[in-house]
Design a protein. Structure first.
Ligand code: PDD
Length: 284
């Protein structure tokens, strides 16, 4: 039986009842986080906690127990006997339930907090040989830096990609590649790694931040600069990053083959260093 966290208690997941007046349901007024458990530790929990707090602040959602997120995540791993398995913990906070009105409830209501843990099997084939992605206009809102549960443009984009046999969908805004439906994107041009700068146009991925740190430490040239889609022909390597997939090489964008169809050396080095970093967490 899956045990989930719901508003301060741990209970069987299928016994959770959420109000139809929840503002997460009515307005998609909520934020979320996903952290990865590596059979013994969470990777960069501090980074995820800081981002979650920022998302709450930017959406004016108050969750007095926000600092309990790491403890809740650990409890869910233990209660679901996932200690020795690769797992993910998902946590979502909405503004809570109140009769529908665009204005925030007065007096404020308690937020709705839901979290669950699930076993997760990393997808290794694509991570080794590389994946194909497609490109779509970025039709999202102007605050993509908030990890909001309002993900309709992301799910529409990803579903379109999947239905056409692609592994991810990259978004383009004003001709510039921003990020993907649920990952950040890095492009290597003439030995320099490029990724869209932190701004309101992308989510500041925790994996992205760690890759940038690693690249700087390894003296791999990296610029936080967006790449124009029309410059794709000058790109030798692409990879995408997120919590579940870590670093995934991209070897085709729609019909355009990248790097001769095989993952390139910069991607490989960064993946090795990222793995080293995860191992060092294990031993710290
Ligand atoms: N998504 N950009 C977007 C739009 C994302 O949704 C995500 C993560 C990322 C990468 O962030 P991070 O490295 O912190 O996982 C970038 C999660 C995994 C999800 O929605 O399930």
């Amino acid at each position: 039986m899956d045990i989930a966290y719901f508003n301060g208690t741990y209970m069987p997941r299928d016994e959770i009842r959420i109000s139809p007046d929840d503002r997460g349901f009515l307005f998609a007024e909520g934020i979320y986080e996903v952290v990865r458990w590596y059979q013994g530790f969470f990777f960069d929990m501090d980074g995820h906690l800081a981002r979650m707090k920022r998302s709450l602040k930017e959406t004016f959602i108050t969750w007095p127990d926000e600092d309990k997120f790491p403890a809740i995540a650990h409890d869910l791993i233990r209660l679901n006997h996932l200690e020795n398995l690769q797992s993910l913990v998902y946590l979502q906070v909405t503004r809570g339930a109140a009769i529908r009105s665009h204005a925030f409830p007065i007096p404020p209501v308690n937020p709705t907090v839901y979290a669950f843990a699930k076993e997760f099997t990393p997808e290794n084939t694509g991570r080794e040989s590389g994946v194909a992605i497609t490109v779509r206009e970025d039709i999202r809102w102007a605050r993509c830096d908030i990890k909001s549960t309002a993900l309709l443009p992301n799910t529409l984009g990803f579903q379109d990609a999947v239905s056409k046999g692609f592994s991810e969908c990259a978004f383009v805004r004003n001709g510039m590649i921003t990020e993907c439906s649920h990952s950040n994107i890095f492009l290597v041009q003439k030995g320099i790694v490029h990724t869209h700068p932190e701004s309101e146009s992308i989510l500041s991925g925790i994996t992205r931040k760690n890759i940038i740190r690693l690249a700087r430490r390894e003296r791999i040239p990296l610029k936080e600069e967006a790449v124009a889609l029309r410059r794709l022909s000058g790109v030798q390597e692409i990879f995408i990053t997120n919590t579940s997939g870590e670093i995934t090489p991209v070897v085709r964008v729609d019909n355009f083959v990248i790097g001769g169809g095989i993952p390139g050396p910069v991607t490989r080095i960064l993946r090795e260093r990222f793995n080293d970093q995860i191992c060092s967490y294990k031993h710290s």
